[in-house]
Design a protein. Structure first.
Length: 108
């Protein structure tokens, strides 16, 4: 018998397929990533290379008007990887991260 998995998310997720610039472990070099979905507390990104669960991660993305209800808003976030899945999207690594802090950036 298979039990239904209980939904643990407390914040609404928005399915977005937008680019993000990701930095790992405090590294100043950023890599391109693709956002799968985002909420006020977390994000799921598709990365080219593996990342360890528990690793610090920072990323910058531009939220579109459909989410902000105003205009494009650039946001820089810092968090921690809580889950990874190999081979999720065309061989990419799906990394789910909790957002621990964020800052709105000026300009678009």
């Amino acid at each position: 018998m298979v039990e239904a998995q209980q939904e643990k998310r407390s914040a609404r997720r928005f399915a977005l397929h937008i680019p993000a610039a990701v930095s790992r472990n405090g590294n100043s070099h950023s890599e391109d990533a693709q956002v799968k979905d985002v909420s006020a507390r977390g994000i799921c990104l598709f990365l080219d290379a593996p990342i360890q669960q528990g690793s610090p991660i920072s990323f910058t993305l531009t939220l579109p008007p459909e989410i902000t209800l105003t205009e494009n808003i650039r946001v820089q976030c810092k968090g921690k990887v809580v889950r990874t899945e190999v081979g999720a999207n065309e061989g990419k690594i799906a990394a789910a991260a909790v957002i621990e802090e964020y800052e709105f950036l000026s300009g678009t």
